[in-house]
Design a binder for this molecule. Sequence first.
Ligand code: GTP
Ligand code: ZN
Ligand code: ZN
Ligand code: ZN
Length: 353
Amino acid sequence: MCGVCGCGDTKIEGHDHHSHVRHDEDRHEHEGSYQELNEYRSQHKRADEVHHHYPAATQVIIHHHHYYVGATEHQAHGHSHADQHSHAEAHYKHHHAHPHHTHEESTLDKSDNFKATRNEKNDLHYGGGEAGVHVPGISQRRLLKIETDILDKNNQLAKHNRAHFKQEKQLVLNLVSSPGSGKTTLLTETLHIIQADRACAVIEGDQQTSNDADRVRATGVPAVQVNTGKGCHLDAKMVHDAYHQLQLSKGGLLFIENVGNLVCPASFDLGEKYKVAILSVTEGEDKPLKYPNMFAASQLMIINKIDLLPYVTFDVDICIANAKKVNPYIKVITLSATTGEGMQEWLDWLKEN
Ligand SMILES: Nc1nc2c(ncn2[C@@H]2O[C@H](COP(=O)(O)OP(=O)(O)OP(=O)(O)O)[C@@H](O)[C@H]2O)c(=O)[nH]1
Ligand SMILES: [Zn+2]
Ligand SMILES: [Zn+2]
Ligand SMILES: [Zn+2]
């Protein structure tokens, strides 16, 4: 079940009591890093603080996540929440400015009688509540708490992953997209070219099958398949387990291919340096506007399958403009994984990073 989208049919309350961090604690083998995680946990840091080292573009998504928390707190204190504020600073200070404030006691929680908002065309919008998501029978406040808890635990583990990656000098990229945009094809084509120069490895995320890991292993590059079952995204714990299984040499390049899903992977920090969003020209140039969180969280957008441009209605410039609307910092590379057109720019980008 995904705490962000509420999808899946596992009991949502059950998931809330299920701690990935504890599982990790039981089995963890790395003294130093474990201690770091423990110290970190004891400081009781919040999810929003974990993200401060991220480039500005990524903060947009956390801003989205925190916006609703912030909005509630701010409304309770009778002032509005500026949209373009300096995020790290503002929330940190805010946190300390109202140390005794408890969310539970707020009398402003109207979420139990949550109703979709309607526009002039009578369209229904279910994202207007505090949680930005609707799950029948669960209040907005409860949803918000669940999402915050899940992301908080995930973010602690992402931080732990990041410590591993830093120590072992791994460049880690999280490839995100809808199903079939060409992630695995781009990966295998890339690996064929660069594996001679640089140690590479891949963590493959899919709900079922080892198809993608098999495709990667066929190039000679080590890969671990992570099947998520009903899960709609990889989380930091899965990546941690797969990472240790891979036993990479220092200074390598680790690609994580996330589950094909333009929604949920946006919210889960895996400890990667960058998210790379892959969009193919058959999907439509409006995708960055329809699924803004994903493009806001990504530092690079690859527009793939440009060999098909003569056959589809897709305006590359409009697509880029749409992506920049949700993320002015996003870099864009257009290419075809199958013909190789534009691949050099991607390879150069990899080298620079
Ligand atoms: N024409 C064209 N087809 C491509 C290109 N890249 C990938 N494809 C095709 O698109 C289909 C899906 O490619 P995959 O690489 O499996 O896509 P994916 O994103 O890994 O898919 P999931 O793992 O299921 O999310 C395959 O039939 C590929 O051959 C491209 O640049 N041009
Ligand atoms: Zn989901
Ligand atoms: Zn570890
Ligand atoms: Zn794939």
